[in-house]
Design a protein around this ligand. Sequence first.
Ligand SMILES: NC(=O)C[C@H](N)C(=O)O
Length: 325
Amino acid sequence: MKLKTILLIHTGGTISMEVHAETGVVIPTENNPLFIEGVKLKEHADIIEIEAFNLPSPHITPREMLILKELIESYTREQKIDGVVITHGTDTLEETAYFLDLSLETTIPIVLTGAMRSSNEIGSDGLYNLLSAVKVACSEDAKEKGVLVVLNDEIHTAENVTKTHASNVSTFQSPQYGPIGFISKSIVHFHHSPNHRAVFPIQSITKRVALFKVYAGMEPDLLESSVKLGYDGIVLEALGQGNVPPSLVPIIEEILKKDIPIVLVSRCFNGIAQDVYGYVGGGKGLKELGVIFTKGLNGQKARLALLIALNHSDSRKAMEDIFSI
Ligand SMILES: NC(=O)C[C@H](N)C(=O)O
């Protein structure tokens, strides 16, 4: 049987790191042990392997995410690629996955993976996760499912997955809905399908979006400063079902009058922000003021969604479409 062609893109992260023998700290390594000679992925696919970056994922910005998008577009334009696997640090993996999910127009499987233990640690999970990701990228069933995240035998959608534990290998979970599939020794199985996915291609990122976590007794000065600093959009991780302290209401009104969009999500790990409460600062009044509510995105993903919408050529329409999904 002819093997599928998989584009394997390394970007860095713990999966490409090792523990330093003397200091014991985890650092990026020049000799990435995952390069195909080392892992024999060749039995499963024809691998075209490139290193886009070798960055810890806290160093990744939307600029690198856009470079990745363009890299995938150019490779898939020039030759037949059946699937793409991206190795990435886990800290911001969900953000790169969601950025690509929203901006990349393709039907082939795009799979991100990483590791919680570096390459020379006992119980290192990088190699295993990489092999799983390649298996998923080769699966016919993984087509047209948007960008996927594969770690620890589970398949998650970019939209719903989040890093939930600082160190445990089962850190990636989809709080609202659970994984959409799993990998075992011999099978890749999807037990759910993601909802309809809309794509918003962008060419550049010039706008800026600030993200604030709302807390008890929060004062308006932080929001005021983001306007003074010239941010183009704001995301609030609001309380509970979508409420803020009354002290924030006048500044929210002022920001919206300046035509700066405010997107609201819940800071709760689970559930969806809604316009339920009618007291001052409650979701009902915020929605009436023009605050945009999302359906279950977390703060960091709502920020990327707003960033992509604002950088889209028809940003009004993109905003309506992204946040009504
Ligand atoms: N497990 C990891 O990959 C964490 C690392 N700090 C990173 O995101 O690059």
